[in-house]
Design a protein around this ligand. Structure first.
Ligand SMILES: Cc1cc2nc3c(=O)[nH]c(=O)nc-3n(C[C@H](O)[C@H](O)[C@H](O)COP(=O)(O)OP(=O)(O)OC[C@H]3O[C@@H](n4cnc5c(N)ncnc54)[C@H](O)[C@@H]3O)c2cc1C
Length: 439
């Protein structure tokens, strides 16, 4: 019986494990530092309190319970020996397989921005989303108690990065602050809230068409979001953010959506890391020079058919997981491996209730509004691993999208209430927002 060790139970690892598990002659050990798979595309909705954590995180044991040849280990891997196809955990346990699959995903990349790692909120895990939700609620409560804190930035929210994560979070915050919470905070002057998106690029949603970018910018501005383009974040401090153009924004809530890199563990696998700290792989998803070792999803630099790198997307991770499983089975059967053939379903982003953009398929057929949401729903539900998760998710996401009802507005991470209101808040914003391209 062949043994496959998989590090990472995200889209790539779970799909690889499930495909392999169809073959009883293969034994799989799936290792993850969390006991659940997290649906990252919707973390921002947990942060905004529109969805409950249980809507975006699924127990790995429950998800894979019908596969007796998959063993799950809750463990954090810290190093790998690719020659031996083994990995070692923080607990000192070593896992060795006939095949080793590295699918440990990604984490925030602060690009050395001073203070960013200490004073901003990344949005890459359920834990991140829960902390951010509590901080958003904590600053609202503090300002409600003491309106003088508004001048110290209590109601300013800065989103670093205008890609899908920053755009989606900004639009959702706009819906939350200027719409959903008005009744709950009748005496709080929510109209004084400032939601800022800051990006070095020339547009929001850079990977999309200029039409979609203009639509997204308009939807953000309708939600009271101020867009600063061509602008870097120079420094993140306890009570303010300094932008490259000298603007200082007093704030205690900075969301980092400014970039990602492979999970830290990629620096400890004994080979040179590629772009973004990721592992460069051959077209068949193997790590060159190491027999039986594969790297997948966000953890790998995978090249598409056109020779360009594939983006860090859930569908790339899911498909690479299934493809790697087929190549492992080919290795076992001693037949040739095949180069990964990615089926491009398109790209999409939700900017807020009733506002979404989608570019469907490799030819990028463009959709906006409810049609784009329907496309988003179809693609993302397909990514979920069990029928139960799919049904539950459709009900929750459709309900959330069309209803006026809020999810869990729960301030349960009490550490996030500790805010240094005496921290230097800088000066009030000087510069006006740079108009977004096409708006
Ligand atoms: C906020 C956000 C929004 C996104 N929105 C979209 C979207 O709308 N559409 C889309 O297609 N994609 C989206 N993405 C990207 C998509 O989520 C990723 O491309 C996808 O999750 C990658 O899957 P993966 O399996 O490679 O990694 P992940 O899903 O990140 O899974 C990696 C797993 O490895 C585990 N792990 C990490 N390090 C270790 C370790 N040392 N030891 C053990 N386990 C470890 C983690 O716990 C995790 O479970 C979004 C990403 C983010 C962060």
């Amino acid at each position: 019986m062949k043994h496959v060790v998989i590090v990472g139970g995200g889209f790539a690892g779970v799909n690889c494990a499930k495909k392999l598990a169809e073959h009883p002659e293969v034994r799989i050990t799936l290792i993850d530092k969390h006991n659940h798979q997290q649906f990252q595309p919707l973390l921002y909705q947990v942060a905004a309190g529109f969805l409950a954590p249980s809507n975006v995180a699924y127990s790995l044991r429950n998800m894979l319970v019908r596969h007796p040849n998959i063993e799950i280990q809750l463990d954090e891997i810290v190093s790998a020996d690719l020659n031996n196809r083994s990995v070692t955990s923080a607990n000192g346990k070593t896992y060795h397989g006939d095949f080793l699959v590295l699918a440990a995903g990604s984490q925030a990349n602060f690009f050395g921005t001073p203070g960013a790692d200490q004073h901003s909120y990344p949005l890459y895990s359920l834990h991140d989303a829960e902390l951010l939700r509590s901080r958003i609620l904590a600053v609202l409560e503090a300002a409600n108690r003491d309106p003088s804190l508004i001048a110290k930035g209590a109601l300013n929210f800065v989103l670093v990065g205008a890609g899908p994560t920053g755009t989606e979070m900004a639009g959702t915050l706009g819906d939350m602050i200027h719409h959903a919470l008005r009744e709950e905070y009748p005496s709080l002057p929510l109209s004084e809230a400032g939601i800022y998106v800051v990006d070095m690029g020339h547009c929001v949603l850079g990977a999309f068409s200029t039409k979609a970018q203009a639509y997204a910018a308009k939807m953000l501005e309708q939600r009271g979001v101020r867009i600063h383009l061509h602008t870097a974040v120079k420094e993140v401090e306890e009570g303010h953010v300094v932008l490259g153009d000298g603007t200082i924004i007093p704030t205690h809530t900075v969301v980092w959506a400014g970039g990602l890199r492979a999970s830290e563990f990629s620096g400890n696998v004994g080979i040179r890391q590629g772009h973004g700290g990721r592992i460069d792989v051959a077209p068949d998803l193997t790590v060159p020079g190491f027999k039986g070792v594969y790297a997948l999803g966000d953890f790998a630099n995978i090249t598409g058919k056109d020779g360009k790198p594939l983006p860090q997307l859930a569908s790339v991770a899911e498909q690479s997981g299934k493809w790697a499983a087929k190549n492992i089975l080919a290795d076992i059967a001693e037949t040739p491996r095949k180069p990964f053939d990615y089926f491009d379903k398109g790209i999409m982003a939700m900017i807020g209730r009733g506002a979404a953009v989608a570019e469907m398929g490799a030819h990028r057929y463009e959709l906006e509004g409810p049609m784009a949401f329907t496309a988003w729903l179809g693609v993302h539900v397909a990514l979920l691993s069990t029928m139960h998760a799919k049904v539950e998710a459709v009900v929750e996401w459709v309900w959330d999208y069309f209803s006026e009802v809020k999810g869990d507005q729960v301030l349960d991470r009490f550490s996030q209430e500790t805010i240094d209101w005496n921290a230097d808040a800088g000066e009030p914003p000087k510069a006006q927002a740079t108009p977004a391209k096409g708006s």
